[in-house]
Design a protein around this ligand. Structure first.
Ligand code: TA6
Length: 282
C-alpha cells in the first residue's frame, strides 16, 4: 500500500492518520497537534497513551507527544506547559510519497492567547513518518513587531513494557537540574540512566543522540534546535496522584523530551526558530 493520509476520529477527536511505508502509521490529533500513536512496521505501538487520558479538551491529553509552548512546566506565570496543548490546530500541509507521509498543523495567537501572553506568533508542527522513524519539527515564528522569548518542549511519552528494564544511554557527562531533588544542579556520571524511582531531570546543552535500550522497544533518539532534554517518570506515588493515569501507568512510560526548558529561545520580530526530535527503530 502506498503511503497516504486520512481524516479519522480518534477517541472522539478529529485526527489525521498517516499511513506510512511497510505498515507504519501515526495518528495526530487536531486538539493540541498531539501525536497520539506511532506504530512501527513490527506492529508495535511506540508511544504511551494513558488509558485514563481525557479527550474533551478540558485538560491536556496524557500521553503521545504534547506540544508545550510558550512556557515549559511551571517555570513562569502561565498555565503549566503553556496553552497550546488544549487548542484546536488546523492542517496547513500534507504530502506523501513512496517512502514517507507528512502533515503540518498550525496555530497562531488570538484574543485568548494574547490575554495570557501578549505576543503574536505562529506555530507549525510537522510530523513525518518513514518506515522506521518519525520526525517531529516545531517551528515558532514571531509574527509581531516586538521581540519575545519562550520555553517549551515536545513532551514525548515513550511506551515501555516495564520502565525498570529500560536504560537511556548518551547523557554521560551532561549537567542537569534535578527537579525531583529540589532543583539541585548535578552532573551525570553514569554510562546509562536506569529509572528506579521518581525521575524529573532537565539535561542542559544536549547535542549527542541517545539510545533507549528496552528489549524489543529500543529506540534511537535525536534532537536539533532544542537545547535541553528532559527525562520524566512520576513513579508510584506521583502517578497515583495524577487523575488521568492508572496506578500502574508509570511502569509503561518514560518521557524523553526535546525541550527549551532552562534556556529561553529569543526571537526578534519576523524571526523563526525550528526544533526537531527524531525517533528511530534500532
Ligand atoms: O516535563 C516534566 C514535567 O514538567 C514534570 O515535572 C511533570 O509535572 C510533567 O511534566 C507533566 O506535566 P503535566 O502538566 O502534563 O501533568
Amino acid at each position: 500500500m502506498k503511503p497516504s493520509i486520512e481524516e479519522i476520529e480518534f477517541h472522539g477527536l478529529a485526527a489525521l492518520r498517516l499511513n506510512g511505508p511497510k505498515g507504519s502509521s501515526a495518528v495526530i490529533s487536531k486538539l493540541g497537534a498531539q501525536v497520539l500513536s506511532w506504530v512501527t512496521p513490527d506492529g508495535r505501538e511506540r508511544l504511551f497513551l494513558s488509558d485514563k487520558a481525557v479527550f474533551d479538551g478540558s485538560v491536556a491529553i496524557r500521553g503521545g507527544v504534547p506540544v508545550c509552548f510558550p512556557q515549559f512546566s511551571d517555570r513562569g506565570d502561565l498555565p503549566k506547559h503553556g496553552f497550546v496543548r488544549t487548542r484546536e490546530w488546523s492542517e496547513s500541509a500534507r504530502r506523501s510519497g513512496d517512502d514517507y507521509a507528512l502533515v503540518t498543523l498550525e496555530t497562531s495567537d488570538d484574543a485568548a492567547t494574547r490575554a495570557l501572553w501578549p505576543h503574536a506568533f505562529r506555530l507549525e508542527l510537522t510530523v513525518m513518518i518513514e518506515a522506521d522513524r518519525i520526525d517531529l519539527e516545531l517551528c515558532v515564528a514571531n509574527t509581531g513587531e516586538q521581540p519575545f522569548a519562550f520555553t517549551g518542549a515536545l513532551h514525548t511519552y515513550l511506551r515501555l513494557v516495564q520502565v525498570e528494564d529500560a536504560a537511556l544511554e548518551g547523557l554521560y557527562g551532561h549537567e542537569y537540574r534535578d527537579a525531583a531533588q529540589g532543583n539541585q544542579i548535578c552532573k551525570d556520571s553514569g554510562t546509562e540512566l536506569a529509572v528506579d524511582g521518581e525521575t524529573d531531570r532537565v539535561y542542559h546543552q544536549v547535542r549527542r543522540p541517545q539510545l533507549l535500550r528496552a528489549g524489543n522497544h529500543s529506540l534511537a533518539i535525536q534532537q536539533q534546535g532544542f537545547p535541553d532534554l528532559v527525562v520524566w517518570n512520576p513513579w508510584v506515588a506521583k502517578c497515583a496522584a495524577l487523575p488521568d493515569m492508572s496506578p500502574e501507568g508509570w511502569r509503561e512510560m518514560l518521557c524523553v523530551e526535546a525541550a527549551a526548558a532552562d534556556t529561553e529561545v529569543a526571537l526578534t520580530a519576523g524571526d523563526e526558530w525550528y526544533g526537531r526530535q527524531t525517533l528511530a527503530v534500532v
